[in-house]
Design a binder for this molecule. Structure first.
Ligand code: UD1
Ligand code: CA
Length: 447
């Protein structure tokens, strides 16, 4: 049975009060629509079709590779949106899965169950429902005395008794394809001047067709986003989902309510996340690390047994047994070798620190290569920028950089050399040389 998915994403999202299309608002660090695309792709095994409004270039960009788009030029409702895909999809599949783009937490398994129930349904359609007293504006499922589904009433048009109904229309449908294409064009105009997709239910029932339901049990999945409040509710639910996943995988999280882990992050077992830790991007963290409190890590790689406290890392790499912070800033291209120590108020950018380097107190290391076991004194600065270009600093293994040394790049400090406190090093220091003063001169060899 071949199923194609159509995601309805052309709505204006007026209730968001935003200049950004609703489906581009970020959730868990990804544009909302990316979640629905991923789940539907997993459910059907193929790239979905997306119905977009006019001027939706940004939505197309965010949707990524492989997606096929259909434009709804005038926003005349959910039924009208699906109609736009008819020409492209007719005769292309046996079933059509339709999902609203504002249901980002709906899982692939739920979509799959919807498809499977429809496969066995002799009638033309199956809809996703949920049971909840919190409606978030969802339509209510109407049933007859025998319990058969007979229609959907929109909240805006519901009577007080109908508003009491707790069986909700989630916004996911699976149709027998030929039936769908034959009936879409017959949808009546609603009192609001729109074509409601939900009216297909009553049309099926009037013909004697059976409408089946697939129930979503996890109510987090059906947080539909119409307002910013709903968006915050979804973010909270997603965070819970991700944190639970990692706790089950052997990661300790002291305070899940203040721990933020992006969907593309990887963590090793026995790692401990302390409060207010934020991990984003394609960050990979090894085993038995201690991160936080108050730590932000983006697009970084951290080895095993590392400790990062109250620090910020972006695009950086730590080998194993590295200890960072508090108050360190590791920027793009920072690479800290095995067992290095970077203490408070340090910044490292585009630099490699060899194994065992010690940099305990405030220092700036940019565009540098630092050999094994080098000691970087408090207040050391690589003066890497001359106002026009960046230059490199090289410090060879075993060197000792005295407190407050200025390394005026390009410059090289040789193996096991030393610089005196306050030295301004603007010429290379030879192996085992001792350089002091401003500008620094070599006064002798290390004994
Ligand atoms: C819709 C359903 C409601 C259901 C709810 C659950 C209808 C008439 N109502 O209400 O029964 O409980 O979803 O999710 O279907 N869209 C377009 N083009 C349009 C209008 C909407 O593509 O002209 C898209 C939107 O981008 C959105 C989806 O369709 O992703 C739903 O539209 P929305 O306006 O949010 O419908 P609801 O009022 O939530
Ligand atoms: Ca909606």
């Amino acid at each position: 049975m071949k199923t194609e998915a159509v995601i309805l994403a052309a709505g204006l999202g007026t209730r968001m009060k935003s200049d950004i299309p609703k489906v581009l608002h970020p959730l868990g660090g990804r544009p909302m629509i990316a979640w629905t695309i991923t789940a539907s792709r997993e459910a059907t095994g193929r790239d979905p079709w997306v119905v977009i409004g006019p001027d939706a270039d940004e939505v197309q960009l965010a949707a990524g590779e492989g997606i096929k788009f259909v434009e709804q030029k005038e926003r005349l409702g959910t039924g009208h949106a699906l109609m736009q895909s008819a020409d492209q999809l007719r005769d292309r599949c046996d079933q059509v899965l339709v999902v609203h783009a504002d249901l980002p937490l709906l899982r692939a398994e739920s979509m799959r169950r919807l498809m499977e129930i429809q496969e066995r349904n002799p009638g033309p359609l199956t809809l996703l429902v949920a049971h909840s007293g919190v409606s978030r504006g969802f339509g209510r499922i109407l049933r007859d005395e025998d319990g058969r589904v007979v229609g959907i009433i929109e909240e805006a048009h519901a009577s007080p008794e109908q508003l009491e109904l707790q069986e909700l229309n989630v916004g996911g449908y699976c149709y027998q394809a030929d039936w769908l294409w034959d009936h879409l064009s017959e949808l009546p105009l609603s009192p609001k001047g729109e074509y409601y997709l939900t009216d297909l239910v009553a049309m099926a029932v009037n013909e004697g067709g059976e409408v089946a339901v697939a129930t979503v049990e996890d109510l987090d999945e059906v947080i539909g986003i119409n307002t910013r409040e709903h968006l915050a509710q979804a973010e909270f639910a997603l965070r819970g989902r991700i944190n639970r996943h990692w706790m089950l995988a052997g990661v300790s999280i002291l305070d899940p309510s203040s721990t933020y882990i992006g969907p593309d992050v990887q963590l090793g077992r026995d790692t401990v996340l302390l409060p207010n830790t934020h991990l984003w991007g394609r960050t990979v963290i090894g085993t038995a690390c201690h991160l936080g409190p108050n730590t932000i890590v983006r697009e970084s790689v951290i080895g095993d047994r590392c400790k990062v406290e109250a620090s910020v890392m972006e695009g950086a790499t730590l080998e194993s047994d590295v200890d960072v912070g508090p108050f360190a800033h590791l920027r793009k291209g920072a690479y800290l070798g095995q067992g290095t120590h970077m203490g408070n108020f340090g910044e490292v950018k585009n630099s490699t620190l060899g194994a065992g380097v010690r940099m305990g107190h405030f220092a700036y290391i940019g565009d540098a290569t630092i050999g094994e076991g080098v000691n970087i004194g408090a207040g050391t600065v690589t003066c890497n920028y001359d106002g026009e270009r960046k230059h490199r600093t090289e410090i060879d293994a075993g060197a000792f950089i005295g407190s407050d040394t200025m390394l005026v790049a390009p410059v090289r400090v040789g193996r096991e050399a030393r610089t005196g406190a306050g030295a301004v090093v603007n010429r290379d220091v030879p192996e085992r040389g001792v350089a002091v003063g401003v500008p620094a001169r070599v006064i002798r060899k290390v004994k």
